[in-house]
Design a binder for this molecule. Structure first.
Ligand SMILES: *[C@@H]1O[C@H](CO)[C@@H](O)[C@H](O)[C@H]1NC(C)=O
Length: 170
């Protein structure tokens, strides 16, 4: 984004009191692979650290693990859900440097209670190619599965729901 526009957005956010725009929920961000937790706002973080500089499109997905409380399983399903119905044969022609230069910014919303269990390499492996950054924020949902089934790995009735936004570009 144009730095002037970014500055105006920041100025607006700092000076207005419009509910929802200025409200800055802080959430943890895990940097890919390292699991170092950092508190920030997504708006500021993404503008400070653009991984994908030229955004082509954004895909959203949803995944659940009904039994076993496995956030990795839910996250991988969400990633599959985001990408599996799309086919963009022109992508290699659009991106300078071809498919190998494609970048993905993967933002997963995972219930905080289950973030520590999330296997980031498994999330990355859901994508067939591209330079991938994974970020985590509090979100998704813990729903009630209705029944804990021990043989399926349940330790409680938490059904984990993960949402993902995959930003594709270069
Ligand atoms: C969670 O699911 C992933 C992906 O299916 C699997 O590799 C991992 O072993 C599971 N973790 C546990 C604790 O069962």
């Amino acid at each position: 984004m144009n730095p002037c526009i970014l500055f105006l957005v920041a100025l607006f956010a700092a000076t207005t009191s419009v509910q929802g725009f200025v409200a800055r929920p802080s959430f943890s961000i895990l940097r890919a692979d390292k699991c170092s937790v950092r508190s920030s706002t997504m708006r500021l973080f993404l503008s400070e650290n653009p991984h994908v500089e030229k955004i082509l499109f954004v895909e959203c997905g949803f995944g659940a693990d009904a039994h076993g409380q496995n956030s990795t399983k839910a996250a991988v399903r969400a990633c599959r859900n985001a990408i599996e119905f799309n086919q963009i044969p022109s992508i290699g022609d659009i991106i300078p440097g071809g498919r190998d230069a494609m970048k993905l910014d993967v933002l997963v919303a995972v219930p905080s209670k289950y973030q520590a269990d999330l296997d980031l390499s498994a999330v990355k492996a859901a994508f067939p190619y591209g330079h991938i950054r994974v970020q985590i924020q509090d979100g998704g949902m813990i729903a009630n599965s209705g029944k804990a089934i021990e043989s399926m790995g349940d330790t409680n009735t938490d059904m984990i729901v993960v949402c993902v936004a995959v930003t594709v570009g270069y």
